[in-house]
Structure formats: structure tokens, C-alpha cells
Design a binder for this molecule. Structure first.
Ligand SMILES: Nc1ncnc2c1ncn2[C@@H]1O[C@H](COP(=O)(O)OP(=O)(O)OP(=O)(O)O)[C@@H](O)[C@H]1O
Ligand SMILES: [Mg+2]
Length: 335
């Protein structure tokens, strides 16, 4: 999944270069890390295949990275696919029958699997069997195929879009949280070493504060700032260089993207700050409800610009201040 952040090929390469390859480099998410390790260790002791795992969370929080680490911990091969890539049952059959015994299959954007493909996936997940239907009408027969044992790791930014039956077939589900600014600073320190740049004391703190609590965004900002430093022939990232870079790149002081701003403006301007229901907001902004729930709201709530109430969504005083709109005439109940 790509984030709101524009991503080109060089950014993909950046992701790959900076992707942690050991648990020690994977900052934060301690609970998830510990629980995943326990599941793997227990399965190893029982000589069992590790259960299927589902990771969900906003783009760039580390789902793919975690999947690689899990495969490494299991000591197994990892094959990568994604929901939209598996169009037909035949595609799924080709992937599953070619897996090595004991390997990991990582399915990104698993919420985009079609219902038909999902139906085929259920017995594969439960019993490592695939029931293919050959032919049509009265001549149709079911062919049952044995599959190699495998661990499916699903990743999604939209947990709510995953059907109940599919969700229930995962042994464990883990949500990745936003990172603290301290954790992001740690990510940035490691990235500086890999990219061979130095940063002044406190400089990384500023980058962290603009990173939407997301490692991928932090790394992207670091790279942009590094470019600015290098143009000035400096190999040291200073506070001044960051401020200059952010000003030039129009990076928002709260880390909001244009899409976040549009959403917030709709809530503040069209609905006087709410309360307004999610469906109405979705219609007014021409966004899917799921996108609002999964992408916009978590961050805007985390930084205190909006809140959820039983009556609907409301913009906080801080949101009005941020947009430079007076909230003087609005009913007190909102704040
Ligand atoms: N816990 C972490 N510690 C250090 N770096 C991290 C961590 N999580 C993510 N990163 C950095 O962020 C980048 C993006 O992470 P990753 O690709 O795993 O995110 P994702 O959740 O799979 O995103 P998407 O939903 O867009 O697929 C990684 O390449 C890595 O550089
Ligand atoms: Mg990913």
C-alpha cells in the first residue's frame, strides 16, 4: 500500500535499504513483537507449523517489515503476493502448490481478495487442502489437492473490510500502533548511520515531530532534508537546514497532508465543526467511510484535532486555530 505520501521508485529503494533486518533494529511495537515471538517459539517446540497471522495498521507502520522478520525467525522462505494479484482460483492454486513445505506466504492488501478466491483459501488455511472444481454443470467434479504446510501472513490497512470468516481463520491478529516521537528518533538515528549523514543534537527530534508517528514518513523526511544539506555542501543536518527544507517543501507543522486538510476543512467549514455522522462526512468529502476511519481519523484524533462523540465527529478548538477560523460563534458543547 502506498501512503498519502507520494512514492516513486527511489523511495521504494529507500524503504528496502532502511528496512530493519533484525528484531533489534525493529523499534517499538514491543507487545506485538513479544507475542509473535512466543507464537513462533511455541510452534517450534511442538514441531507445528506457525499459525496464520494477520497484521493491520496505517501505511508505513511496519507490517511488511514484521512479516519478513517473522519468516526469518521461523527460518523459512517467504513468498510475496497481494490481494489484487490473485484474481482467480487458478492464481491462488498456482501460488499455493508452488510453496515449499513450511514456508511463509505474505499476502499484502489481503482485504482486496475477491470473495470467490477467499472461499478457496479457507480449506487451504485450515487443512492445507485445495478443492478445485473442474468442468462446468453436471460434468463438474471437485478435485482435492494436498498442499504443503505454510503460514499465511496477511497485511491490511483496512481491518474492517476483511470478512468475518477470513478473519477467524487467522491464529492471531495484531494491530500496529503509531510510534512515539522517541521511537521515531531511534529509527532516524539508525537511518542516519545507513545513509551516512550526521545530525546535530535535537535535529532529529524536529523531523520526528513532523513524521505523523510513522517510520516510513520519518525516513522520507530525513532523505529530503539530507538532499538540502548536501546541496549546501554540508554533511551535518542542522535545525536551520530542516526549517529551510520544510519551508521549501511546504511540509506542514503538524505533518498533515493535503488530504487530511481537505477532510478537516470539510468538517470545520461545511459542518461548523460538527457533530456530524461519518456517512454524511464521507458523502461531503467524496471519500469512502473506510478511508476516513482507517487513514484520516486515527492521526487527526491522535494529535487532538478531531474527536468522536456519540452524536458524531467534532472538530476541536485546536482544529479551528490550525485552520485560522474563528470558533467564537459556535455552541460550547463542541469543546
Ligand atoms: N519498527 C520499525 N523500526 C524501524 N523502522 C521501521 C519500523 N517499521 C517500519 N520501519 C521503516 O518504515 C518502512 C516502511 O515499513 P513497512 O513497509 O513495513 O510498512 P507497511 O506497514 O508494510 O506499509 P504499507 O501499509 O504501506 O505496506 C520500512 O522500510 C522501514 O524503513
Ligand atoms: Mg507493506
Amino acid at each position: 500500500m502506498s501512503s498519502n505520501f507520494t512514492q516513486n521508485n527511489s523511495e521504494d529503494v529507500l524503504d528496502l535499504t532502511l528496512r530493519p533486518k533484525t528484531w533489534d533494529c525493529y523499534v517499538g511495537q514491543d507487545k506485538t513483537k513479544n507475542n509473535v515471538k512466543i507464537i513462533i517459539e511455541a510452534a517450534k517446540k511442538r514441531n507445528d507449523q506457525v499459525e496464520h497471522l494477520l497484521f493491520y495498521g496505517n501505511p508505513g507502520l511496519g507490517k511488511t517489515t514484521l512479516a519478513y522478520l517473522v519468516a526469518q525467525e521461523i527460518g523459512a522462505d517467504i513468498k510475496i503476493t497481494s490481494g489484487p494479484a490473485i484474481e482467480r482460483a487458478g492464481d491462488l492454486a498456482a501460488i499455493l502448490t508452488n510453496l515449499e513445505e513450511g514456508s511463509v506466504l505474505f499476502c499484502d492488501e489481503i482485504h482486496r481478495l475477491s470473495r470467490t478466491v477467499e472461499e478457496y483459501l479457507y480449506p487451504a488455511m485450515e487443512d492445507f487442502k485445495l478443492n478445485l472444481i473442474l468442468g462446468k454443470g453436471p460434468m463438474a467434479r471437485v478435485m482435492e489437492m494436498d498442499l504443503p504446510k505454510f503460514t499465511l501472513i496477511g497485511a491490511t490497512t483496512k481491518l474492517a473490510s476483511i470478512s468475518g470468516p477470513l478473519r477467524s481463520r487467522f491464529g492471531a491478529t495484531f494491530g500496529l500502533n503509531f510510534y512515539s516521537n522517541e521511537d521515531i528518533e531511534q529509527v532516524l538515528e539508525r537511518s542516519c548511520k545507513i545513509l551516512n549523514v550526521k545530525a546535530e543534537k535535537n535535529a532529529l527530534k524536529i523531523i520526528a515531530e513532523h513524521s505523523r508517528f510513522t517510520p516510513r514518513i520519518a525516513n522520507h523526511l530525513l532523505k529530503r532534508v539530507r538532499d538540502f544539506a548536501q546541496v549546501k555542501n554540508e554533511n551535518l543536518i542542522t535545525k536551520e537546514i530542516i526549517e529551510d527544507a520544510f519551508l521549501n517543501l511546504e511540509i506542514d507543522r503538524l505533518g498533515l497532508t493535503q488530504n487530511d486538510k481537505r477532510f478537516l476543512e470539510a468538517l470545520v467549514v461545511k459542518f461548523n465543526g460538527g457533530p456530524v455522522g461519518i456517512q454524511t462526512l464521507a458523502a461531503a468529502t467524496a471519500e469512502e467511510e473506510a478511508t476516513i476511519l482507517d487513514i484520516y481519523e486515527p492521526y487527526l484524533m491522535r494529535i487532538g484535532l478531531i474527536a468522536r462523540t456519540p452524536q458524531g465527529r467534532v472538530a476541536t478548538k485546536m482544529a479551528f486555530e490550525y485552520l485560522g477560523i474563528s470558533s467564537a460563534n459556535l455552541p460550547k458543547i463542541l469543546f
